[in-house]
Ligand binder design. Structure first.
Ligand SMILES: [Mn+2]
Length: 329
């Protein structure tokens, strides 16, 4: 793996009286774990003002430090250093984006294939890292910040989220070696996995059942599409956080190469969650649909300024073409 500029980030942080840490606008277990672990590490090194932006859903509210997070809409400009983790500056929510651009210095710590190093004071990008949390451990080791139970819980959450509980292709022997170090801290790993990967709210279980029951197949079953409309959320009492995990269940239907979940965010705003079994690079597909899209080869996302009615017709065609092209290549 390319060596991270751990000293560079340490220097940038020590030159800053105030630090803002943030994930992308749709943070996941890796984003929350990485932000809260880096906050804890910087505090362990004596930094007094380190804020983390975001609102943890029921899935992440248990995390050490989650209760202190600042909701995006309450984040104000004026930081000396702003760091985006597990995403990039184009994927920030509007108020956090304003504070980020206003910061005296900026940095990125990320492992997404579509992330660019341009536009930051310092870029720590490791495209072959299994998780951003794994990169935080590398920083902590370089900074001589020792692990403890709270660190281990945060970092384990990120590792299992991004590897699907050690099942995805990004899982390596190093992933398991890191997991062993974290378990050596005495964490209740089963409780972390239950909260982060398995447990749903009752409305979330109902939502998953409804979406899976109404999926459509395209391209002879190679493409599967599911839809979460705002009307469905209203009917079931479900929320955006209840959507997590549904697209993964769709992906592992026999014959499926690509899965897409359409999530209506408002009139004329649809978020796509794309998953691939390996044939199609969905990060490239997401980026081609809109410059703000991207992610990993097998897991990507993009927000489209289109109606649900438009997207539900468009996407099966786009993905069927991608499958055909990939099979012909
Ligand atoms: Mn990640």
């Amino acid at each position: 793996m390319p060596h991270l500029d751990c000293e560079g980030l340490k220097q940038l942080a020590s030159d800053a009286a105030s630090v803002l840490l943030t994930g992308p606008s749709d943070p996941d277990g890796d984003s929350f774990g990485a932000c809260l672990a880096l906050q804890r590490a910087l505090r362990a090194m004596g930094h007094r003002r380190v804020d983390v932006a975001g609102t943890p859903s029921f899935r992440y509210a248990w995390m050490p430090g989650a209760g202190e997070m600042i909701p995006d809409e309450r984040v104000r400009p004026g930081y000396d250093l702003a760091v985006v983790l597990d995403g990039d500056r184009r994927r920030l929510s509007p108020p956090v984006g304003i504070a980020f651009r206003a910061a005296r210095t900026t940095a990125i710590i990320d492992h997404h294939g579509t992330t660019s190093a341009d536009g930051y004071t310092l870029a720590l990008i490791q495209r072959d890292a299994d998780s951003t949390c794994g990169m935080i451990v590398e920083l902590m080791d370089a900074w001589h910040v020792p692990l403890d139970t709270a660190f281990a819980e945060l970092l384990y959450a990120g590792v299992i989220f991004d590897t699907g509980g050690f099942r995805y292709s990004n899982t390596s022997a190093d992933t398991h070696r890191l997991a062993a170090r974290l378990l050596d801290q005495g964490i209740d790993h089963s409780a972390v996995a239950t909260r982060v990967l398995m447990e749903r709210r009752r409305a979330g279980t109902a939502l998953k059942a409804r979406v899976l029951n109404e999926v459509t197949f395209h391209a002879d079953g190679a493409v599967i599409q599911g839809i979460v409309s705002q009307a469905l959320h209203a009917e079931l009492g479900s929320r955006p956080a209840d959507v997590e995990g549904i697209v993964e269940s769709m992906t592992y239907t026999q014959g499926v190469e690509v899965a897409v979940l359409l999530v209506e965010r408002g009139p004329g705003a649809v978020k796509l969650s794309l998953r691939s079994r390996g044939l199609v690079n969905v990060a490239r597909v997401a980026k081609a649909l809109h410059s703000g899209g991207g992610g990993h080869d097998r897991a990507a996302g993009v927000l489209l300024a289109k109606t649900l009615a438009e997207v539900r017709v468009l996407l099966p065609k786009v993905l069927a073409d991608e499958v055909r092209r990939a099979r012909a290549a």
